[in-house]
Design a binder for this molecule. Structure first.
Ligand SMILES: Cc1ncc(C[n+]2csc(CCOP(=O)(O)OP(=O)(O)O)c2C)c(N)n1
Length: 285
């Protein structure tokens, strides 16, 4: 498949994934969902699953599969929507999000059969697990890569840096992390809560750093991910991708009220209308 066709195909997946996110989150009723955090990283996750990673939904436990870790586990909707569109999780499970005994927990709960590689949700902890997976692969001489999505607020967690330094020390050039820089955390702007120089810190930890100006653009994400994946230069890779929290839903974009929480019927209808409009090439703002 040529590059333009691939970009087009991933773009179509992002449309389906956003719809799945809204359906799942709405189905959770008053329990609500982390809409904003999921919507910011749809293009990041879609490009990993449908453009870059080696995996086979028919054989979820395939030993040589690339591993995916959603370190910002509260963005489970984005993760599940990719697994749904890749056919790991049946579409009819959508209404079960956050239901009793459901495998679609609010935060990912390890379940390889459905493609859920590892549990996450306690911020900071998914990324070190991803580094551990990469380290294990190196020790065992296995050739697969590990892909990990980290939040910009999550980078305030100390354990991120301990793992990052260890990954560099072990020359783990089989891990690619993407920091989803949507500029917000749970209770405010990342810059106001704890401003850190991500570029300088990742470099100081020994990582190869690249930047994506628009992490909601599939082509930009694809270029950056392919480059990071192919650069076997003894260094782990991180892509700092600027995104929009709540991307794709007019009233959610850059609106902290939709970091987490329920949506009512009117908001649900507006969200679906926004997605339909975007599909037709319209502007939702
Ligand atoms: C260790 C830990 N502390 C606090 C929380 C609660 N929490 C959930 S999401 C969030 C903000 C995360 O911000 P960021 O990493 O920027 O991700 P975003 O929501 O912007 O995508 C916090 C503090 C948590 N899940 N884990």
């Amino acid at each position: 498949m040529n590059k333009n066709m691939l970009i087009d195909e991933i773009g179509k997946k992002t449309e389906l994934m956003r719809r799945d996110c809204i359906e799942m989150g709405y189905a959770a009723g008053s329990q609500g969902a982390h809409f904003g955090p999921a919507l910011s990283c749809i293009e990041i996750v879609a490009t990993m699953f449908f453009g870059v990673m080696n995996h086979d939904p028919q054989i979820p436990e395939m030993p040589e599969r690339d591993r995916f870790v959603m370190s910002k586990g509260h963005a489970s909707l984005a993760y599940y929507s990719a697994l749904i569109e890749a056919s790991y999780i049946p579409k009819d499970m959508i209404p079960q999000f956050k239901g009793n005994n459901s495998i679609l927990c609010g935060h990912p709960s390890m379940n390889i059969k459905y493609g859920i590689e590892i549990s996450s949700g306690s911020l900071g902890n998914g990324f070190p697990v991803a580094c551990g997976m990469a380290k294990a692969a190196k020790f065992k001489g296995e050739k697969h890569n590990v892909y990990c999505v980290v939040g910009d607020g999550e980078c305030n967690e100390g354990i991120i840096w301990e793992a990052a330094m260890n990954a560099a020390k072990n020359e783990l050039d089989n891990i690619v992390a993407v920091v989803d820089i949507n500029g917000f955390q749970l209770s405010g702007k990342t810059e106001e809560i704890m401003a850190i120089n991500l570029d300088a810190l990742w470099k100081a930890a020994g990582w190869d750093v690249s930047r994506v100006e628009n992490g909601n653009d599939v082509e930009q994400m694809l270029d950056a991910l392919m480059k990071a994946k192919d650069a076997k230069d003894g260094k782990p890779h991180v892509i700092l991708a600027k995104t929009i929290k709540g991307k794709g839903i007019s009233y959610m974009e850059n609106n902290l009220a939709f970091h987490a929480g329920p949506i009512n019927q009117e908001q649900y209808k507006q969200a679906i209308a926004d997605l339909e409009k975007a599909k037709m090439g319209g502007n939702i703002q």
